[in-house]
Design a protein around this ligand. Structure first.
Ligand code: AMP
Ligand code: MG
Length: 489
């Protein structure tokens, strides 16, 4: 089988990766295939969703013309620096140009050991592979930049993990690129300045080609990465997404969400929500995420300083710092622009920031489901606030806020029904509820893919309410208990 590969990483970045091949596996079998995405990539889905395709997408057989490789990167993990991480269980299979002309990586996760594996077995198991498939596709349908899943392939192996033997699996995923903050850190830490510059020029050509000839391109590239990350974080926070492991090797240059490990969605609004079993100090807690993004960007800035002002590092530091200090204001602006449609606000009244913050303030401590609160607010836009009010333990603060909200509308006089419809296009009714995700993954691990397929289908259209799907819109029952996610992927 031939892929229309055009592999710039392999061609242009010699020394920044190791050419490598996937491990042979006994029985590759496709258990989920994304035909829509295959079409978008210009691939022949019918030819790929076959035993031959399964061998390729598990990494067991390299397709003709492929030059698979393991990328080198470093990373700050929970604040501590690891100078060498890299693709320890993944391969960049190759790059293709999609139907809209965009370059996309096809990458295999779980394809066996590489020179970067350290103590790991190079494998992935079915539950976490399907979780990444599901959450990535859900994020995409929510309109949030993300890597996407092309296929999940079981390998026919049994892999032993903390919670016992598991079916082995590989995720074939697609990304705008796999460049991470940690990729820059790898070469900066080794003081390999030529490679660092090569990498930065490559990243600019790929993600910000309009800056290619700009004399201050490295500084402006940093601004762009910051801008994309600020917007991404605003979107995470507004849907209640908690990434769980925002290490610098899990933060992209493209602005796509990457590496769905111990991630989760909050139900009850709680700024301190943490789900990951290893995040003991709440470093990556829900409301801490924008600050962590800025911290990660500071690590990127450190790498770029010698490129920003090679002759005068102090000046480079000052310039990068000046950009970095704008992060909170940029984040706030992105957040405000994204929360306005959720609140049915048109125009840009300067009082909107307080109004929007006020909604979050009245939710705090009230055991309010974030997704439902926004969704039901649309009823209030047509004069029926009771469904939203019913979510609050004590509705008095909400009622107070509602008066301000309604007063804001009197100013812009939009049609209420239109406002309601617009709000329903901005506030999902279906998100990946943690208990539904767990239910789907545990059924699939036991051989029943029905619940996984159903959930995937529900989440593909998160804004349109459909009869019969009430259970997908409801928070977890009390019996589900507190939710904990694990890194054991
Ligand atoms: P992640 O937690 O998936 O972001 O991975 C962090 C680092 O650990 C990356 O360098 C991975 O390639 C590596 N890694 C994670 N799991 C394994 C594994 N089972 N075998 C080898 N390397 C792994
Ligand atoms: Mg990672």
């Amino acid at each position: 089988m031939r892929f229309p590969f055009d592999n710039t990483y392999a061609r242009d970045l010699d020394g920044l990766y190791v050419p490598w091949e996937g491990a042979k596996v006994p029985g590759p079998e496709i258990v989920a295939f994304n035909h829509g995405l295959a079409g978008e990539l210009g691939l022949d889905g019918a030819a790929l969703d076959t035993p031959e395709g399964a061998a390729i997408l598990s990494g067991s057989t390299a397709p003709a013309g492929a030059h698979p490789l393991a990328m080198a990167y470093a990373g700050h993990q929970f604040g501590g620096f690891s100078p060498q991480l890299g693709d320890g269980r993944a391969l960049l299979l190759g790059e293709v140009i999609d139907q809209s002309g965009k370059r996309r990586d096809i990458h295999l996760k779980g394809s066996g050991r590489t020179p970067f594996s350290r103590g790991g077995d190079g494998k992935a198991v079915l539950g976490p592979v399907l979780r990444e498939f599901l959450i990535g596709e859900a994020m995409h349908a929510l309109g949030i930049p993300t890597t996407r899943a092309l296929a999940a392939v079981t390998t026919g192996e049994t892999i032993v993990r903390q919670d016992g033997p598991q079916p082995g699996a590989v995720l074939a995923r697609v990304a705008a690129s796999h460049l991470r903050v940690g990729t820059f850190q790898y070469f900066a830490a080794r003081r390999e300045m030529d490679k660092l510059r090569q990498l930065a020029d490559y990243a600019i050509a790929r993600h910000d080609p309009d800056l290619t000839r700009a004399p201050d391109r490295y500084l402006r590239f940093f601004e762009r990465v910051q801008d994309r990350q600020a917007d991404l974080l605003a979107q995470w926070v507004l849907v209640g997404f908690v990434h769980g492991v925002m290490n610098t090797d899990n933060m992209t240059i493209s602005g796509e969400t990457i590496d769905y490990g111990p991630c989760a969605f909050i139900d009850i609004y709680d700024p301190n929500a943490v789900f990951s079993s290893i995040d003991h100090h709440g470093r990556y807690a829900y409301a801490n995420q924008p600050k962590i993004a800025q911290w990660n960007l500071a690590r990127l800035a450190e790498c770029l300083v010698p490129l920003i002002a090679p002759e005068d590092l102090d000046r480079g530091v000052a310039q990068a710092t000046e950009v970095l200090e704008r992060f909170p204001a940029i984040y706030q602006e992105k957040w405000l622009n994204r929360v306005r449609p959720k609140l049915g606000l048109t125009g840009d009244d300067p009082a909107d920031l307080d109004l929007a913050n006020g909604f979050f303030a009245v939710m705090e401590g009230q055991q309010v489901d974030l997704t439902r609160a926004f969704r039901r607010l649309a009823d209030a836009a047509v004069g029926q606030p009771d469904s939203a009010r019913a979510l609050f333990l004590d509705p008095a603060p909400f009622d107070g806020w509602l008066e301000h909200w309604q007063a804001r509308f009197d100013a812009d006089r939009a049609d209420p029904a239109q406002r309601m419809a617009a709000m329903n296009r901005a506030n999902p009714i279906y998100i990946p509820r943690n208990h539904k995700v767990e239910e789907a993954l545990s059924a699939a691990t036991n051989g029943d893919f029905g619940p996984f397929r159903t959930l995937l289908e529900v989440l593909a259209d998160p804004f349109t309410e459909r009869p019969g799907l009430e259970a997908f819109a409801a928070p977890a029952p009390d019996s589900f208990g507190p939710y904990t996610t694990f890194c054991g992927t």
